[in-house]
Design a protein around this ligand. Structure first.
Ligand code: SF4
Length: 169
């Protein structure tokens, strides 16, 4: 069997999900920290989840100034627009999703990239509003099932993985 076929077989053998890298323990947030959910890190270790950070993939450094959405555009707190980097990260997230044949995504709520239901309102005052981050919006437009970090059991159910009585996958 050729190498490409082997990779394809591996991809199709077991459904996998994309997960925001910061939820898996990677220190890629704007403030240089993570927001680890141990169960999601375990999914990475078991080969069920693929971690990805759209903002880093879009070329933004760690740490970086905080950013918030205003409509479909994104701005740093100092007023500089950073929409292009966020859109590049979103495109790369979609490309990875397609290349890896992933089945769903678990994304960090409230993020200007990854927020699935809520984002900060652009005033840098801590207020949130209903909305989606740039990467989440692109994935959603492509019909990809999205879940936030509290909904990860539903993402696993979607790919046929149950939760043990101890709450672990
Ligand atoms: S862009 Fe997404 S993965 Fe990266 S730090 Fe922000 S919430 Fe986490």
């Amino acid at each position: 069997m050729r190498k490409a076929e082997t990779a394809q077989t591996a991809r199709t053998a077991r459904p996998r999900i994309l997960v925001s890298a910061c939820l898996c323990g990677q220190a890629v947030r704007y403030d240089g920290r993570s927001c680890l959910i141990p169960a999601l890190r375990r999914l990475v270790q078991e080969g069920i989840a693929v971690p990805f950070c759209p903002e880093c993939a879009g070329g933004l450094p760690v740490p970086r100034p905080p950013a918030e959405c205003r409509g479909n555009r994104v701005f740093h707190a100092d007023g500089r627009e950073c929409t292009a980097a966020f859109e590049e990260g979103a495109r790369r997230a979609l490309a990875l999703f397609r290349e890896e044949g992933l089945a769903a995504a678990v994304l960090k709520e409230n993020s200007p990239s990854c927020g699935t239901h809520w984002v900060y309102d652009g005033s840098f005052s801590g207020r949130k509003q209903a909305g989606m981050g740039v990467a989440a919006r692109l994935l959603k437009q492509e019909g990809i099932p999205l879940f936030n970090e509290r909904e990860w059991p539903a993402a696993l159910a979607r790919i046929g993985i149950g939760i043990a009585p101890d709450g672990q996958p």
